[in-house]
Design a protein around this ligand. Structure first.
Ligand code: AHG
Ligand code: MN
Ligand code: MN
Length: 336
């Protein structure tokens, strides 16, 4: 009989490898796992329940909040507050970071930054969406209230990062800095099972993913790179395929597995790009590096080395197979 390892078993195995581990990170992952299951349930009946459409408010970035954005935010926030290992969170859907005030939370070692529902414009049309999370050890003293500094740490200090993709199946993909592992949810038994152990992205790929409708607004280097992707050259398997879903999680997940590059450059509408450094770019950069890929914000600018200054700051993102990111970097170096 095939032996299935569940996410719970996998986490405990990992914990046993670190005799000093206190189980707090295990607890944190239990919270994420629980909220992911609840979101799976809601996303899967989105067309039936009164949960699609706009919530009637804008978030701090002036984007229309969808009902499921708000729901996902509440679910993850509540789950993370439950176990006393997290002292606060920052979320795309909250202007300020959220302090967890209960005494046990004040002793929590970790902060979590989260995009509760990524790709929310796709909910109403039955296209894959996701959740993205990033975990840091706090820098403020245990027992005190969480501070802004706890959240404004460079991505290279992440303790863990991951995403949940609610797609043709629901998957949780995460890393604690020791490789990337993917777990597929079996809704009939309510368990995530290890389906993608030690994920590595191919060194090269044949997919490029970008919102090409913004072409006129792209920097020259990016424009030239797109033309390069479209040129015929059999020796490098060009022209490449263009694939763009419009949910970062889904586009990233596909490229991670198949090999590819995802680009969200600066545009005139979004001079710093559209994606948010702390809960979109950083976790994806952590995962791709753990899978053998690269993530840059520009020439020589590793995403993980950026010192954040604001909770919701945006940043250009070029992420994917290492050879493809290198090639793009050459074009930007040459053409700006
Ligand atoms: P969110 O739904 O969390 O606001 O994120 C949307 C992001 C990202 O998921 C996606 O890749 C990107 O926005 C798409 O932007 P464009 O519509 O500008 O291509
Ligand atoms: Mn998002
Ligand atoms: Mn979102």
């Amino acid at each position: 009989m095939e032996i299935i390892k569940t996410l719970g078993e996998f986490i405990i195995d990992q914990q046993l490898e670190y005799p000093d581990a206190t189980g707090e990170l295990t607890s944190l992952f239990s919270s994420i796992r629980l909220a992911a299951k609840i979101l799976h349930r809601e996303v899967n009946k989105a067309g039936l329940a009164d949960i699609t459409g706009a919530a009637g408010a804008d978030n701090v970035q002036g984007e229309q909040q969808q009902k499921l954005d708000v729901y996902a935010n509440e679910r993850f926030k509540n789950a993370l507050a439950q176990r006393g290992v997290v002292c606060g969170i920052a979320s795309e859907e909250e202007e300020q970071f959220v302090r967890f005030e209960e005494t046990r939370n004040l002793d929590g070692k970790y902060v979590v930054l989260i995009d509760p529902l990524d790709g929310s414009s796709n909910i109403d049309v039955n296209v894959s969406v996701g959740t993205i999370f990033s975990v840091f050890r706090r820098v403020s003293p245990l027992g005190s209230h969480v501070t802004q500094e706890d959240f404004l740490q460079p991505g290279n200090r992440q303790v863990a990062a991951g995403y949940v993709i609610y797609g043709s199946s629901t998957m949780l993909v995460y890393s604690t800095g020791n490789g990337v592992n993917g777990f597929t949810y079996d809704p009939t038994i309510g368990v995530f099972c290890l389906s993608h152990p030690n994920m590595k992205t191919p060194a090269g790929g044949t997919i490029y993913s970008i919102n090409e409708g913004n072409y006129v607004h792209f920097p020259d280097g990016v424009k030239k790179y797109i033309k390069y992707c479209q040129e015929e050259d059999k020796s490098t398997q060009r022209p490449y395929s263009s694939r763009y879903i419009g949910s970062l999680v889904s586009d990233f997940h596909r490229n991670l597995i198949k090999g590819g590059i995802y680009l969200y450059p600066s545009t005139s509408r979004h001079p710093d790009g559209k994606l948010r450094l702390l809960y979109e770019c950083n976790p994806m950069a952590f995962l791709i590096e753990q899978a053998g890929g690269k993530a840059l914000a520009g020439v020589g600018k590793r995403i993980l080395d950026i010192q954040p200054t604001e909770l919701h700051q945006r940043c250009p993102l070029f992420v994917g197979s290492p050879d493809m990111v290198d090639k793009l970097e050459e074009f930007i170096k040459q053409h700006g």
